[in-house]
Design a protein. Structure first.
Length: 474
Protein backbone atom coordinates (compact mmCIF):
# COMPACT_ATOMS: atom_id res chain seq x y z
CA UNK A 1 0.00 0.00 0.00
CA UNK A 2 1.49 3.42 -0.93
CA UNK A 3 2.53 5.62 2.01
CA UNK A 4 0.21 8.42 0.93
CA UNK A 5 -2.82 6.10 1.09
CA UNK A 6 -1.71 4.73 4.47
CA UNK A 7 -1.40 8.26 5.87
CA UNK A 8 -4.74 9.27 4.35
CA UNK A 9 -6.47 6.30 6.03
CA UNK A 10 -4.71 7.14 9.29
CA UNK A 11 -6.03 10.71 9.07
CA UNK A 12 -9.55 9.36 8.52
CA UNK A 13 -9.13 7.12 11.60
CA UNK A 14 -7.87 10.05 13.66
CA UNK A 15 -10.87 12.14 12.56
CA UNK A 16 -13.22 9.33 13.60
CA UNK A 17 -11.48 9.20 17.03
CA UNK A 18 -11.92 12.94 17.53
CA UNK A 19 -15.56 12.86 16.41
CA UNK A 20 -16.24 9.86 18.65
CA UNK A 21 -14.62 11.58 21.64
CA UNK A 22 -16.70 14.70 21.05
CA UNK A 23 -19.87 12.61 20.98
CA UNK A 24 -18.87 10.87 24.20
CA UNK A 25 -19.28 14.18 26.02
CA UNK A 26 -23.11 14.04 25.74
CA UNK A 27 -25.16 11.24 27.24
CA UNK A 28 -27.51 11.12 24.26
CA UNK A 29 -24.70 10.70 21.69
CA UNK A 30 -22.21 8.73 23.79
CA UNK A 31 -23.23 5.29 22.52
CA UNK A 32 -22.89 6.36 18.87
CA UNK A 33 -19.61 8.13 19.68
CA UNK A 34 -18.24 4.90 21.07
CA UNK A 35 -19.25 3.09 17.88
CA UNK A 36 -17.64 5.74 15.66
CA UNK A 37 -14.38 5.57 17.61
CA UNK A 38 -14.46 1.77 17.32
CA UNK A 39 -14.83 2.05 13.53
CA UNK A 40 -11.85 4.44 13.53
CA UNK A 41 -9.82 1.89 15.47
CA UNK A 42 -10.83 -0.93 13.13
CA UNK A 43 -9.75 1.17 10.13
CA UNK A 44 -6.44 1.98 11.84
CA UNK A 45 -5.75 -1.69 12.61
CA UNK A 46 -6.65 -2.89 9.11
CA UNK A 47 -4.50 -0.14 7.54
CA UNK A 48 -1.55 -0.92 9.82
CA UNK A 49 -1.76 -4.63 9.00
CA UNK A 50 -2.27 -4.10 5.26
CA UNK A 51 0.65 -1.66 5.01
CA UNK A 52 3.24 -4.02 6.49
CA UNK A 53 4.49 -6.69 4.12
CA UNK A 54 6.60 -8.42 6.81
CA UNK A 55 3.68 -9.31 9.03
CA UNK A 56 3.60 -12.82 10.44
CA UNK A 57 -0.12 -13.49 9.99
CA UNK A 58 -0.62 -16.56 12.23
CA UNK A 59 0.51 -14.60 15.31
CA UNK A 60 -1.71 -11.66 14.40
CA UNK A 61 -4.75 -13.92 13.92
CA UNK A 62 -4.12 -15.72 17.23
CA UNK A 63 -3.71 -12.37 19.00
CA UNK A 64 -6.86 -10.94 17.42
CA UNK A 65 -8.94 -14.00 18.27
CA UNK A 66 -7.68 -14.22 21.86
CA UNK A 67 -8.11 -10.49 22.46
CA UNK A 68 -11.63 -10.48 20.98
CA UNK A 69 -12.76 -13.43 23.10
CA UNK A 70 -11.31 -11.96 26.32
CA UNK A 71 -12.75 -8.50 25.53
CA UNK A 72 -16.22 -9.84 24.73
CA UNK A 73 -16.29 -12.01 27.85
CA UNK A 74 -15.07 -9.16 30.05
CA UNK A 75 -17.69 -6.77 28.65
CA UNK A 76 -20.46 -9.34 29.22
CA UNK A 77 -19.42 -10.71 32.60
CA UNK A 78 -18.10 -7.71 34.51
CA UNK A 79 -20.70 -6.02 36.72
CA UNK A 80 -21.27 -2.27 36.22
CA UNK A 81 -20.00 -1.62 39.74
CA UNK A 82 -16.70 -3.31 38.85
CA UNK A 83 -16.10 -1.04 35.85
CA UNK A 84 -13.30 0.99 37.53
CA UNK A 85 -11.36 -2.23 38.22
CA UNK A 86 -11.75 -3.31 34.60
CA UNK A 87 -10.59 0.08 33.33
CA UNK A 88 -7.60 -0.20 35.68
CA UNK A 89 -6.66 -3.56 34.17
CA UNK A 90 -7.10 -2.25 30.61
CA UNK A 91 -4.81 0.70 31.40
CA UNK A 92 -2.27 -1.72 32.79
CA UNK A 93 -2.39 -3.87 29.65
CA UNK A 94 -1.99 -0.72 27.51
CA UNK A 95 1.07 0.22 29.56
CA UNK A 96 2.73 -3.20 29.33
CA UNK A 97 1.98 -3.39 25.58
CA UNK A 98 3.79 -0.08 25.03
CA UNK A 99 6.67 -1.20 27.23
CA UNK A 100 7.00 -4.36 25.15
CA UNK A 101 7.04 -2.34 21.92
CA UNK A 102 9.95 -0.29 23.33
CA UNK A 103 11.65 -3.44 24.57
CA UNK A 104 11.38 -5.27 21.23
CA UNK A 105 12.82 -2.27 19.39
CA UNK A 106 15.73 -2.05 21.85
CA UNK A 107 16.28 -5.80 21.54
CA UNK A 108 16.29 -5.50 17.74
CA UNK A 109 18.93 -2.76 17.85
CA UNK A 110 20.95 -4.65 20.45
CA UNK A 111 20.95 -8.04 18.77
CA UNK A 112 21.64 -6.46 15.35
CA UNK A 113 24.64 -4.63 16.92
CA UNK A 114 22.98 -1.39 15.82
CA UNK A 115 22.86 0.31 19.22
CA UNK A 116 26.02 2.27 18.57
CA UNK A 117 24.65 3.62 15.31
CA UNK A 118 21.16 4.46 16.62
CA UNK A 119 20.39 8.17 17.10
CA UNK A 120 20.29 9.12 20.80
CA UNK A 121 16.79 10.55 20.31
CA UNK A 122 15.51 7.10 19.24
CA UNK A 123 17.01 5.50 22.34
CA UNK A 124 15.63 8.30 24.50
CA UNK A 125 12.09 7.71 23.23
CA UNK A 126 12.50 3.95 23.78
CA UNK A 127 13.56 4.70 27.37
CA UNK A 128 10.56 7.00 27.90
CA UNK A 129 8.21 4.35 26.48
CA UNK A 130 9.56 1.75 28.89
CA UNK A 131 9.35 4.17 31.82
CA UNK A 132 5.74 5.29 31.26
CA UNK A 133 4.63 1.80 30.22
CA UNK A 134 6.20 0.20 33.30
CA UNK A 135 4.79 2.79 35.73
CA UNK A 136 1.34 2.44 34.14
CA UNK A 137 1.45 -1.35 34.34
CA UNK A 138 2.35 -1.85 38.00
CA UNK A 139 0.46 1.30 39.09
CA UNK A 140 -2.68 -0.03 37.41
CA UNK A 141 -2.27 -3.48 38.93
CA UNK A 142 -2.02 -1.93 42.42
CA UNK A 143 -5.05 0.28 41.63
CA UNK A 144 -6.98 -2.80 40.49
CA UNK A 145 -5.97 -4.67 43.65
CA UNK A 146 -7.11 -1.83 45.89
CA UNK A 147 -10.40 -1.30 44.09
CA UNK A 148 -11.27 -4.98 44.01
CA UNK A 149 -10.22 -5.25 47.66
CA UNK A 150 -7.63 -7.90 46.81
CA UNK A 151 -5.23 -5.45 48.49
CA UNK A 152 -5.85 -3.21 51.49
CA UNK A 153 -7.42 -0.09 50.02
CA UNK A 154 -6.01 2.23 52.73
CA UNK A 155 -3.17 4.56 51.72
CA UNK A 156 0.25 3.13 52.62
CA UNK A 157 2.31 5.89 54.19
CA UNK A 158 5.75 5.61 55.79
CA UNK A 159 8.55 7.90 56.88
CA UNK A 160 10.80 9.12 54.10
CA UNK A 161 8.31 8.07 51.42
CA UNK A 162 8.75 11.25 49.37
CA UNK A 163 12.55 10.98 49.58
CA UNK A 164 12.49 7.38 48.35
CA UNK A 165 10.18 8.31 45.49
CA UNK A 166 12.39 11.25 44.48
CA UNK A 167 15.46 8.96 44.61
CA UNK A 168 13.67 6.46 42.38
CA UNK A 169 12.82 9.21 39.88
CA UNK A 170 16.46 10.34 39.85
CA UNK A 171 17.65 6.75 39.26
CA UNK A 172 15.12 6.27 36.46
CA UNK A 173 16.14 9.51 34.75
CA UNK A 174 19.79 8.50 35.13
CA UNK A 175 19.06 5.11 33.53
CA UNK A 176 17.20 6.75 30.62
CA UNK A 177 20.12 9.13 30.04
CA UNK A 178 22.62 6.25 30.10
CA UNK A 179 20.52 4.22 27.68
CA UNK A 180 20.21 7.13 25.25
CA UNK A 181 23.82 8.31 25.36
CA UNK A 182 25.33 4.86 25.87
CA UNK A 183 26.51 4.87 22.25
CA UNK A 184 28.44 8.12 22.80
CA UNK A 185 30.14 6.69 25.87
CA UNK A 186 31.09 3.58 23.96
CA UNK A 187 32.39 5.67 21.06
CA UNK A 188 34.50 7.67 23.47
CA UNK A 189 36.14 4.48 24.72
CA UNK A 190 34.44 4.35 28.11
CA UNK A 191 33.97 1.06 29.97
CA UNK A 192 30.29 0.97 28.98
CA UNK A 193 30.02 -2.12 26.79
CA UNK A 194 26.87 -3.17 24.95
CA UNK A 195 26.13 -5.64 27.69
CA UNK A 196 26.18 -2.97 30.34
CA UNK A 197 23.94 -0.68 28.28
CA UNK A 198 21.63 -3.66 28.12
CA UNK A 199 21.77 -4.14 31.89
CA UNK A 200 21.04 -0.46 32.40
CA UNK A 201 18.04 -0.91 30.13
CA UNK A 202 16.82 -3.93 32.13
CA UNK A 203 17.38 -1.89 35.31
CA UNK A 204 15.27 0.90 33.81
CA UNK A 205 12.42 -1.57 33.28
CA UNK A 206 12.66 -2.88 36.84
CA UNK A 207 12.88 0.64 38.32
CA UNK A 208 9.82 1.70 36.31
CA UNK A 209 7.85 -1.22 37.73
CA UNK A 210 8.92 -0.30 41.28
CA UNK A 211 8.08 3.38 40.69
CA UNK A 212 4.56 2.43 39.52
CA UNK A 213 3.95 0.60 42.80
CA UNK A 214 5.46 3.36 44.91
CA UNK A 215 3.40 6.19 43.41
CA UNK A 216 0.08 4.38 43.80
CA UNK A 217 0.38 2.81 47.28
CA UNK A 218 0.05 6.15 49.15
CA UNK A 219 -3.34 6.73 47.56
CA UNK A 220 -6.54 5.65 49.33
CA UNK A 221 -9.07 3.29 47.75
CA UNK A 222 -11.69 6.04 47.40
CA UNK A 223 -9.30 8.26 45.45
CA UNK A 224 -8.43 5.40 43.11
CA UNK A 225 -10.87 6.52 40.37
CA UNK A 226 -8.89 9.76 40.01
CA UNK A 227 -5.69 7.75 39.87
CA UNK A 228 -7.20 5.42 37.30
CA UNK A 229 -8.08 8.37 35.13
CA UNK A 230 -4.48 9.58 35.52
CA UNK A 231 -3.10 6.11 34.71
CA UNK A 232 -5.40 6.08 31.69
CA UNK A 233 -3.67 9.24 30.59
CA UNK A 234 -0.25 7.62 31.21
CA UNK A 235 -1.25 4.61 29.12
CA UNK A 236 -2.09 7.03 26.29
CA UNK A 237 1.26 8.78 26.66
CA UNK A 238 3.03 5.41 26.65
CA UNK A 239 1.18 4.46 23.45
CA UNK A 240 2.09 7.83 21.93
CA UNK A 241 5.76 7.25 22.78
CA UNK A 242 5.53 3.71 21.35
CA UNK A 243 4.10 5.30 18.17
CA UNK A 244 7.29 7.38 17.87
CA UNK A 245 9.40 4.27 18.46
CA UNK A 246 7.84 2.34 15.57
CA UNK A 247 7.04 5.52 13.58
CA UNK A 248 3.32 4.84 13.38
CA UNK A 249 1.33 8.06 12.97
CA UNK A 250 -2.05 6.76 14.07
CA UNK A 251 -0.57 5.30 17.27
CA UNK A 252 0.97 8.69 18.02
CA UNK A 253 -2.36 10.47 17.44
CA UNK A 254 -4.54 7.97 19.33
CA UNK A 255 -2.05 7.84 22.21
CA UNK A 256 -2.01 11.63 22.41
CA UNK A 257 -5.83 11.71 22.41
CA UNK A 258 -6.03 9.19 25.26
CA UNK A 259 -3.24 10.99 27.13
CA UNK A 260 -4.86 14.40 26.90
CA UNK A 261 -8.44 13.27 27.53
CA UNK A 262 -7.26 11.33 30.59
CA UNK A 263 -5.60 14.46 31.98
CA UNK A 264 -8.72 16.54 31.27
CA UNK A 265 -10.94 14.00 33.03
CA UNK A 266 -8.53 13.85 35.98
CA UNK A 267 -8.71 17.62 36.23
CA UNK A 268 -12.53 17.63 36.06
CA UNK A 269 -12.71 15.01 38.83
CA UNK A 270 -10.29 16.90 41.07
CA UNK A 271 -12.22 20.15 40.56
CA UNK A 272 -15.56 18.47 41.28
CA UNK A 273 -14.08 17.07 44.52
CA UNK A 274 -12.55 20.47 45.32
CA UNK A 275 -9.13 18.84 45.65
CA UNK A 276 -5.88 19.49 43.85
CA UNK A 277 -4.19 16.65 42.00
CA UNK A 278 -1.21 16.85 44.37
CA UNK A 279 -3.62 16.54 47.32
CA UNK A 280 -5.10 13.38 45.78
CA UNK A 281 -1.66 11.93 44.97
CA UNK A 282 0.31 12.80 48.08
CA UNK A 283 -2.02 13.58 51.01
CA UNK A 284 -2.97 9.99 51.88
CA UNK A 285 -6.62 11.08 52.11
CA UNK A 286 -8.52 8.63 54.32
CA UNK A 287 -5.39 7.17 55.93
CA UNK A 288 -6.61 8.05 59.41
CA UNK A 289 -10.04 6.49 58.80
CA UNK A 290 -12.96 7.53 60.93
CA UNK A 291 -15.33 10.39 60.43
CA UNK A 292 -14.60 14.04 60.84
CA UNK A 293 -17.44 15.26 62.97
CA UNK A 294 -18.08 18.94 63.07
CA UNK A 295 -19.08 20.42 66.39
CA UNK A 296 -21.35 22.92 64.63
CA UNK A 297 -23.62 20.25 63.19
CA UNK A 298 -26.39 19.72 65.67
CA UNK A 299 -30.05 18.88 65.63
CA UNK A 300 -32.26 15.90 65.48
CA UNK A 301 -32.82 13.87 62.39
CA UNK A 302 -36.50 13.28 61.64
CA UNK A 303 -37.10 9.70 60.48
CA UNK A 304 -40.04 8.98 58.22
CA UNK A 305 -41.70 5.69 57.30
CA UNK A 306 -42.56 4.52 53.80
CA UNK A 307 -46.27 4.91 54.66
CA UNK A 308 -45.75 8.56 55.69
CA UNK A 309 -43.52 9.34 52.72
CA UNK A 310 -46.17 8.09 50.28
CA UNK A 311 -48.71 10.96 50.66
CA UNK A 312 -45.92 13.56 50.35
CA UNK A 313 -44.82 12.04 47.06
CA UNK A 314 -48.37 11.42 45.94
CA UNK A 315 -49.07 15.16 46.17
CA UNK A 316 -45.76 16.26 44.58
CA UNK A 317 -45.84 17.94 41.17
CA UNK A 318 -42.11 18.36 40.74
CA UNK A 319 -39.72 15.67 41.96
CA UNK A 320 -35.92 15.67 41.73
CA UNK A 321 -34.07 12.40 42.27
CA UNK A 322 -30.42 12.76 43.33
CA UNK A 323 -28.61 9.42 43.24
CA UNK A 324 -25.27 8.68 44.86
CA UNK A 325 -22.90 5.87 45.70
CA UNK A 326 -25.50 4.17 47.93
CA UNK A 327 -27.77 3.63 44.91
CA UNK A 328 -24.93 1.70 43.27
CA UNK A 329 -24.28 -0.32 46.45
CA UNK A 330 -27.97 -1.15 46.82
CA UNK A 331 -28.32 -1.79 43.05
CA UNK A 332 -31.47 0.28 43.33
CA UNK A 333 -31.41 1.79 39.83
CA UNK A 334 -34.21 -0.39 38.44
CA UNK A 335 -36.42 0.29 41.48
CA UNK A 336 -35.67 4.01 41.13
CA UNK A 337 -36.65 3.90 37.46
CA UNK A 338 -39.90 2.16 38.37
CA UNK A 339 -40.73 4.75 41.04
CA UNK A 340 -39.90 7.52 38.58
CA UNK A 341 -42.37 6.09 36.03
CA UNK A 342 -45.05 5.72 38.70
CA UNK A 343 -44.59 9.35 39.78
CA UNK A 344 -44.83 10.53 36.18
CA UNK A 345 -48.00 8.48 35.65
CA UNK A 346 -49.27 10.24 38.76
CA UNK A 347 -48.77 13.58 37.00
CA UNK A 348 -45.44 14.71 38.47
CA UNK A 349 -42.48 16.05 36.53
CA UNK A 350 -39.47 13.92 37.48
CA UNK A 351 -35.84 14.82 36.84
CA UNK A 352 -32.54 13.34 37.98
CA UNK A 353 -29.86 15.68 39.34
CA UNK A 354 -26.46 14.20 38.53
CA UNK A 355 -23.36 15.41 40.38
CA UNK A 356 -20.13 14.92 38.38
CA UNK A 357 -18.48 12.86 41.16
CA UNK A 358 -21.53 11.07 42.55
CA UNK A 359 -20.63 7.41 43.04
CA UNK A 360 -17.08 6.24 42.61
CA UNK A 361 -16.23 6.85 38.97
CA UNK A 362 -17.06 9.53 36.42
CA UNK A 363 -20.43 8.86 34.83
CA UNK A 364 -21.20 6.17 37.45
CA UNK A 365 -24.78 7.35 37.94
CA UNK A 366 -25.38 7.90 34.21
CA UNK A 367 -24.25 4.36 33.46
CA UNK A 368 -26.49 2.81 36.14
CA UNK A 369 -29.53 4.86 35.17
CA UNK A 370 -28.98 4.15 31.47
CA UNK A 371 -28.82 0.44 32.36
CA UNK A 372 -32.25 0.86 33.99
CA UNK A 373 -33.57 2.64 30.86
CA UNK A 374 -34.07 6.05 32.44
CA UNK A 375 -34.51 8.40 29.43
CA UNK A 376 -31.44 10.58 28.79
CA UNK A 377 -33.48 13.77 28.75
CA UNK A 378 -34.43 13.24 32.40
CA UNK A 379 -30.77 13.34 33.46
CA UNK A 380 -29.86 16.90 34.40
CA UNK A 381 -26.47 18.24 35.33
CA UNK A 382 -25.99 19.82 38.75
CA UNK A 383 -25.63 23.30 37.24
CA UNK A 384 -28.99 22.95 35.50
CA UNK A 385 -30.97 21.86 38.56
CA UNK A 386 -29.47 24.14 41.21
CA UNK A 387 -30.98 27.40 39.89
CA UNK A 388 -34.50 25.92 39.94
CA UNK A 389 -34.24 24.03 43.23
CA UNK A 390 -36.84 26.25 44.95
CA UNK A 391 -39.44 24.92 42.49
CA UNK A 392 -38.82 21.30 43.49
CA UNK A 393 -41.59 19.91 45.72
CA UNK A 394 -39.70 16.81 46.82
CA UNK A 395 -36.02 15.96 46.42
CA UNK A 396 -35.34 12.25 46.80
CA UNK A 397 -31.71 11.71 47.84
CA UNK A 398 -30.91 8.08 47.08
CA UNK A 399 -27.70 6.92 48.75
CA UNK A 400 -26.01 10.26 48.11
CA UNK A 401 -24.25 12.09 50.91
CA UNK A 402 -21.16 14.23 50.16
CA UNK A 403 -22.57 15.49 46.86
CA UNK A 404 -25.59 17.01 48.66
CA UNK A 405 -23.76 18.29 51.76
CA UNK A 406 -24.70 21.98 52.23
CA UNK A 407 -21.66 22.45 54.51
CA UNK A 408 -19.69 22.65 51.25
CA UNK A 409 -21.39 26.04 50.75
CA UNK A 410 -21.53 27.37 54.27
CA UNK A 411 -18.89 25.82 56.55
CA UNK A 412 -15.46 27.24 55.79
CA UNK A 413 -13.89 24.71 58.14
CA UNK A 414 -15.38 21.74 56.29
CA UNK A 415 -12.91 19.81 54.09
CA UNK A 416 -15.67 19.90 51.47
CA UNK A 417 -15.88 23.71 51.56
CA UNK A 418 -15.93 25.08 48.02
CA UNK A 419 -16.96 21.80 46.37
CA UNK A 420 -20.04 22.44 44.22
CA UNK A 421 -22.95 20.33 45.49
CA UNK A 422 -26.55 19.65 44.46
CA UNK A 423 -28.46 22.11 46.67
CA UNK A 424 -31.28 19.74 47.64
CA UNK A 425 -31.64 21.53 51.01
CA UNK A 426 -33.33 24.35 49.07
CA UNK A 427 -36.12 22.08 47.84
CA UNK A 428 -39.46 22.27 49.67
CA UNK A 429 -39.09 18.76 51.14
CA UNK A 430 -36.11 16.42 51.11
CA UNK A 431 -36.36 12.68 51.69
CA UNK A 432 -33.00 10.98 52.23
CA UNK A 433 -32.75 7.23 51.60
CA UNK A 434 -29.83 5.69 53.51
CA UNK A 435 -29.25 3.15 56.23
CA UNK A 436 -27.90 5.35 59.01
CA UNK A 437 -26.54 8.82 59.77
CA UNK A 438 -23.06 7.63 58.87
CA UNK A 439 -20.95 9.91 56.71
CA UNK A 440 -20.05 9.13 53.10
CA UNK A 441 -16.72 8.89 51.31
CA UNK A 442 -15.25 12.11 52.70
CA UNK A 443 -16.07 11.03 56.28
CA UNK A 444 -17.82 14.31 57.01
CA UNK A 445 -21.10 14.87 58.83
CA UNK A 446 -23.95 16.24 56.78
CA UNK A 447 -26.15 19.04 58.19
CA UNK A 448 -28.74 18.22 55.50
CA UNK A 449 -29.90 15.28 57.65
CA UNK A 450 -30.92 17.67 60.44
CA UNK A 451 -32.63 20.25 58.22
CA UNK A 452 -36.17 21.45 59.01
CA UNK A 453 -37.44 20.23 55.65
CA UNK A 454 -35.52 16.91 55.66
CA UNK A 455 -36.94 13.50 56.47
CA UNK A 456 -34.73 10.42 56.78
CA UNK A 457 -36.06 7.18 55.31
CA UNK A 458 -33.67 4.69 56.91
CA UNK A 459 -32.96 1.34 55.30
CA UNK A 460 -31.51 -0.22 52.19
CA UNK A 461 -32.33 2.10 49.29
CA UNK A 462 -33.60 -0.66 47.01
CA UNK A 463 -36.09 -2.14 49.48
CA UNK A 464 -37.28 1.32 50.66
CA UNK A 465 -37.94 2.42 47.07
CA UNK A 466 -39.62 -0.86 46.20
CA UNK A 467 -41.89 -0.48 49.25
CA UNK A 468 -42.70 3.09 48.24
CA UNK A 469 -43.56 1.97 44.71
CA UNK A 470 -45.68 -0.78 46.33
CA UNK A 471 -47.66 1.91 48.23
CA UNK A 472 -48.56 3.56 44.92
CA UNK A 473 -49.60 0.22 43.41
CA UNK A 474 -51.77 -0.61 46.44
P1 LIG B 1 -21.01 9.15 49.49
O1 LIG B 1 -20.78 10.50 50.03
O2 LIG B 1 -19.88 8.19 49.52
O3 LIG B 1 -22.25 8.55 50.33
C1 LIG B 1 -22.82 7.35 49.96
C2 LIG B 1 -23.89 7.05 51.00
O4 LIG B 1 -24.58 5.90 50.54
C3 LIG B 1 -23.34 6.70 52.36
O5 LIG B 1 -23.48 7.78 53.24
C4 LIG B 1 -24.14 5.47 52.79
O6 LIG B 1 -24.85 5.77 54.00
C5 LIG B 1 -25.15 5.29 51.67
N1 LIG B 1 -25.37 3.87 51.36
C6 LIG B 1 -24.49 2.88 51.22
N2 LIG B 1 -25.09 1.73 50.96
C7 LIG B 1 -26.43 1.99 50.93
C8 LIG B 1 -27.57 1.20 50.71
N3 LIG B 1 -27.49 -0.12 50.47
N4 LIG B 1 -28.78 1.81 50.74
C9 LIG B 1 -28.88 3.12 50.99
N5 LIG B 1 -27.82 3.91 51.21
C10 LIG B 1 -26.61 3.35 51.17
O7 LIG B 1 -21.55 9.15 48.01
P2 LIG B 1 -21.83 10.36 47.02
O8 LIG B 1 -22.73 11.36 47.64
O9 LIG B 1 -22.21 9.73 45.74
O10 LIG B 1 -20.44 11.08 46.88
C11 LIG B 1 -19.37 10.49 46.17
C12 LIG B 1 -18.08 10.68 46.95
O11 LIG B 1 -17.06 9.89 46.33
C13 LIG B 1 -17.63 12.12 46.96
O12 LIG B 1 -17.00 12.44 48.17
C14 LIG B 1 -16.61 12.12 45.81
O13 LIG B 1 -15.66 13.15 45.96
C15 LIG B 1 -15.98 10.75 45.99
N6 LIG B 1 -15.33 10.27 44.76
C16 LIG B 1 -16.04 10.19 43.61
C17 LIG B 1 -15.42 9.81 42.44
C18 LIG B 1 -16.16 9.76 41.12
O14 LIG B 1 -15.53 9.77 40.08
N7 LIG B 1 -17.47 9.69 41.13
C19 LIG B 1 -14.08 9.45 42.47
C20 LIG B 1 -13.41 9.48 43.68
C21 LIG B 1 -14.04 9.89 44.81
P3 LIG B 1 -25.28 4.59 55.00
O15 LIG B 1 -24.05 3.81 55.28
O16 LIG B 1 -25.84 5.30 56.16
O17 LIG B 1 -26.31 3.79 54.26
Amino acid sequence: MPDSLVNFLYIVSAMLFVLGLKMLSRVSTARRGNGISAIGMLLAIVTALASDSLIHWPWIVVGLALGSVIGALAARLIAMTSMPEMVALFNGFGGIASLLVGWVEFQRLHSGKMLAGAPWSDLLIIGITVLIGGVTFTGSIIAWGKLSEKLDSKPVLYRGQQVINVLLVILVLGAISLVSIGRTLIDSGSQLEFLSVYSVFVGLGVLSFILGVMVVIPIGGGDMPVVISLLNSYSGMAACAAGFVIRNNVLIVSGALVGSSGIILTNIMCKAMNRSLSNVLFSGFGAGGGAKHSADIRGEAKPISVEDAYPILEAAQNVLIVPGYGMAVAQAQHAVQELSSILQDNGAEVNFGIHPVAGRMPGHMNVLLAEANVPYDQLREMDDVNPIMELVDVALVIGANDVVNPAARSDEKSPLYGMPVVNVDKARTVIVFKRSLNPGFAGIDNPLFFGENTRMLFGDAKSSIQSLAGEFKD
